[in-house]
Design a protein around this ligand. Structure first.
Ligand SMILES: CC(=O)N[C@H]1[C@@H](OP(=O)(O)OP(=O)(O)OC[C@H]2O[C@@H](n3ccc(=O)[nH]c3=O)[C@H](O)[C@@H]2O)O[C@H](CO)[C@@H](O)[C@@H]1O
Ligand SMILES: C=C(OP(=O)(O)O)C(=O)O
Length: 474
């Protein structure tokens, strides 16, 4: 089991660079399936577990992908399958984003119901409602969804009951190749929607209004590969801003875009955190005690749910009592129990959490219950007295590139411990086989050769060392 170990109390200083946005790159890579000719070249692709998962999904559908120096090249002219494998889709919710492109390109798709962080029930009814309005026939099989269309998808007027990010993206991608015009009303307005629209337009699509509640997509006959650079990750940037503030630090978050973080910045400034725009990033400084504020998560441009737990970490050490209300996901307070293990004083009442501030946090063993909860626990541990051990690091790896290393470079005392089974090197395998053969020969005089071989192999198998890798300090 991997873990991150933090010794709190260090003030963070220096510069940290933000990677490309996970929530942009996943739909963008899915959209690359729409290109029937040419190569797509996507820059600033972060090497995250989720990116590896979507890369495997696209490969399983027949796309050719290569990755080097944060650039992904994709060839999707020869797609060979319409079914995304269960083992990949269950790992990551965003795998469902290949449904729109597959329907538009190949006229059918079979996708298992998606997994991902357990922060709510997360239905996909709005995605399906959109595809049905465009003429697709949807069948719910055993744990999977099959969609097909005779001929081409047709443009339609679609009103989303909730401003879903994923549904807006999936419908936008499907509509890009539909016959006629599609409008999405009550569309999500997140910066990642705009990034996807920019990429689609570079491929030859006609998407207008992305970033507003009304998106209009005029379908075209075909799309081709395009070059695109992914926007910086606003949630990663926000996490470093909180890490700086909670340690009373002074950090430059390189690549952070103020406009994308407006609701977070304004709440932090209300609390007394100093945030100034630089040439290509944000200067963050926190001196003296911070004030409590109330926070309510909402779709963009409201306060992002993906920053709720990190913000809660900061509110635990600010003066006064805060109320944090989660309106986007119904089960996104699992981190509260873990915060309380660090001696936090938080009580959940329905959709709100009452946070008693000014709490002296103390290190403890805690578990990341989802991706952002993991990051938030690390932020809290940076402030806590003594050592904390955070397990459940696989959640964190879905969305942060080298989190421990980047925090370490700002002066945090943080390290990651991996417990890995190291397979023997090729030479040692050869040595083992030769030793086994010698033992077989020696034993053959008293046993049958077959039995001797089995005994010796078994003995060796037991002896093959399982090495515990030494902790790598960041
Ligand atoms: C890969 C990605 O981009 N993930 C982000 C995306 O997730 P995701 O796209 O899954 O989130 P949605 O915007 O779709 O979900 C928002 C709300 O709408 C509900 N809903 C959604 C779809 C649907 O068909 N029916 C329905 O009722 C959900 O249960 C949730 O309560 O936006 C979330 C909200 O900002 C973020 O937390 C996630 O980090
Ligand atoms: C909830 C998140 O991601 P996903 O939608 O991929 O589960 C997140 O990024 O915080």
């Amino acid at each position: 089991m991997s873990k991150i170990i933090v010794r709190g109390g260090r003030r963070l200083t220096g510069t940290v660079k933000v990677s490309g946005a996970k929530n942009s790159v996943l739909p963008i890579l899915a959209a690359s399936l729409l290109a029937s000719e040419g190569e797509s070249v996507i820059h600033d692709v972060p090497l995250l577990d989720d990116v590896i998962t979507i890369q495997k999904v696209l490969s399983s559908l027949g796309a050719g992908l290569t990755y080097q120096s944060e650039t992904m090249r994709i060839h999707a002219s020869q797609l060979t399958a319409v079914e995304a494998p269960y083992d990949l889709v269950r790992k990551m919710r965003a795998s469902f984003l290949v449904m729109g492109p597959l329907l538009a390109r190949l006229g059918s798709a079979k996708i298992y119901l998606p997994g991902g962080c357990a922060i709510g029930t997360r239905p996909i009814d709005q995605h399906l409602k959109g595809f049905e309005a465009m003429g697709a026939e949807i069948n719910l099989g055993q744990g999977c969804i099959e969609a097909k269309i005779n001929g081409r998808l047709r443009g339609a007027k679609i009103y989303l009951d909730v401003a879903s990010v994923g549904a807006t993206e999936n419908i936008m991608m499907a509509a890009a190749l539909a016959e006629g015009t599609t409008t999405i009303e009550n569309a999500a307005k997140e910066p990642e929607i705009v990034d996807l629209a920019n990429y689609l337009n570079a491929m030859g699509a006609k998407v207008r209004g992305a970033g507003t509640g009304l998106i209009r997509i005029e379908g075209v006959q075909s799309l081709k590969g395009a070059v695109h650079t992914v926007i910086p990750d606003r949630v990663e940037a926000g996490t470093y801003i909180i890490a700086a503030a909670i340690t009373g630090g002074d950090v430059y978050v390189e690549g952070a875009i103020a406009d994308h973080l407006a609701p977070v910045i304004s709440k932090l400034q209300e609390m007394g955190v100093e945030i100034r725009e630089g040439d290509n990033g944000l200067h963050v400084k926190a001196e003296g005690p911070l004030r409590s504020v109330d926070v309510k998560t909402l779709p963009h441009p409201g306060f992002p749910t993906d920053m709720q737990s990190q913000m809660m970490a900061l509110l635990m050490v600010s003066e006064g009592t805060s109320v944090v209300t989660e309106t986007v996901f119904e089960n996104r307070f699992m981190h509260v129990e873990e915060f309380n293990k660090l001696q936090g004083q938080i009580k959940v009442e329905g959709r709100s959490a009452i946070v008693n501030g000014n709490t002296p946090l103390v290190g403890a063993k805690v578990c990341a219950t989802d991706l952002r909860a993991g990051a938030a626990l690390i932020c809290a541990a940076l402030r806590a007295e003594g050592e904390s051990e955070i397990t459940g690091t696989h959640h964190v790896d879905r969305g942060y590139v080298d989190l421990a290393k980047k925090l370490g470079s700002l002066g945090a005392e943080i390290r990651r411990e991996e417990e890995t089974v190291v397979l023997p090197q090729e030479e040692s395998v050869a040595e083992l086989i030769s030793e086994i053969n010698q033992e077989v020969a020696a034993m053959a005089s008293t046993e049958t050769a077959e039995q001797a071989s089995a005994d010796a192999s078994y003995k060796r198998e037991k002896e093959i060392p399982v090495l515990k890798v030494q902790p790598t300090w960041a």
